[in-house]
Design a protein around this ligand. Structure first.
Ligand code: SF4
Ligand code: SF4
Length: 168
């Protein structure tokens, strides 16, 4: 369970994977195109993640304040929810990218957008550097919505990597 008091005090989700809705690791490791991870612990009136998902992988909300629940077996890694979430709380991790690297599909709202091939510093939830990554693609899955940047980086940082800084 997420410690909401601690979250409000620090602004950061603390602890390994706290607040994330995680798939079974073995299934996740073999799922081509990746699976969505959602870190949305707070009950707020919001559901674009659900309404944008074309496969029903994000379950219908009984109450608009519910936090999202994922059926990973239905997720195709399409990133439509990543582009639609106003809280930048959804991302996709494809563990099949290579032997030692995963592909992280992250929401990104800063300009200029990074270019394909750019080197980036992968940052954890508190903004600390944890590894170098490479931009593999930049997409806009939904018109006028958040861009999604695909970054390859070491698999070991999957539990910590949440955003990045472009290396000048
Ligand atoms: S990545 Fe695509 S299929 Fe998976 S939950 Fe998001 S919108 Fe649905
Ligand atoms: S759209 Fe984003 S912020 Fe809104 S409920 Fe879904 S995951 Fe949470």
């Amino acid at each position: 369970m997420v410690n909401i008091d601690e979250l409000f005090n620090s602004g950061v989700l603390t602890g390994e994977r706290e607040g994330a809705v995680l798939p079974d690791r073995e299934f996740w490791n073999s799922k081509k195109n990746g699976l969505v991870i959602i870190e949305c612990p707070q009950r707020i009136p919001c559901n674009p993640c659900h309404t944008s998902c074309p496969t029903g992988a994000i379950r219908p909300f009984a109450d608009i304040n519910d936090t999202p629940v994922v059926d990973p077996t239905l997720c195709t890694g399409c990133t439509l929810c990543v582009a639609s979430c106003p809280g930048l709380a959804c991302f996709v991790i494809d563990m099949t990218f290579s032997e030692d690297r995963a592909l992280f599909k992250l929401p990104y709202e800063l300009l200029p957008l990074p270019e394909k091939g750019s080197k980036v510093q992968c940052l954890n939830r508190t903004g600390e550097f944890i590894a170098f990554g490479t931009v593999e693609n930049v997409t806009q899955p939904k018109k006028d919505r958040t861009f999604v940047v695909h970054v390859s980086a070491p698999k070991e940082i999957a539990g910590e990597f949440r955003t990045f800084r472009v290396v000048e």
